[in-house]
Design a protein. Structure first.
Length: 191
């Protein structure tokens, strides 16, 4: 990864963030950005975790380092305008990716819903709306939904104000913890 002498602030921010990134998610990024099947095959297959987020994927530290280094290179290539190898995933590719990431089979019927969501939120701008002069929106909270609402409102050119009771983003999932609780839905699919 980048060292402290790196002068590119974007690269430095990404390099600083990658040690806390979820490894199974980085594998999906690498497959989509590079198109290389390599990232969805052994030795990079995550192991299933019981209830936690499984940020390491159960992979050895050396493999995690290789994944993070490759992710940094892929993100920087994208930043420098490299094409994403797989911008539109087929249903089969998406199910394979999610099954690999979650370390369990994902039902094929899940693909249609996810493809719809990916296309809808991949940067396509929503249709313009007509609102009365002076119209403004109040967004309460800066969790995932609040941030998503702010992004869409900005895209539409709608004035808004966002308030959050904490001193940073994250919402209820950031501020509340439920030790010992879990759900039967793989964490990254649920969120």
């Amino acid at each position: 990864m980048a060292d402290s002498t790196d002068l590119d602030p974007f690269r430095q921010r990404i390099a600083e963030a990658l040690p806390s990134a979820n490894i199974p998610t980085l594998l999906l990024l690498l497959y989509q950005f590079t198109g290389q099947e390599y990232w969805l095959n052994p030795p990079f297959i995550p192991v299933k975790s019981r209830w936690d987020d499984n940020d390491s994927g159960g992979l050895a530290v050396e493999l995690q380092t290789e994944i993070r280094d490759a992710a940094l290179a892929a993100i920087m290539a994208w930043r420098q305008r490299a094409n994403i190898a797989k911008p539109d995933l087929s249903a089969e590719e998406l199910i394979r990716m999610l099954s690999t990431s979650e370390a369990e089979p994902i039902p094929p019927e899940y693909a249609d819903m996810m493809i719809h969501k990916l296309r809808r939120y991949s940067g396509a701008l929503p249709d313009p709306v007509c609102l009365p002069e002076g119209f403004r929106v109040l967004i309460i909270g800066a969790g995932m939904s609040g941030v998503a609402a702010a992004i869409r409102l900005r895209q539409l050119g709608i004035s808004y104000i966002q308030i959050e009771m904490q001193d940073h983003t994250g919402g209820v999932w950031h501020s509340h913890h439920y030790p010992g609780c879990g759900v039967d839905t793989p964490g990254h699919l649920y969120s």
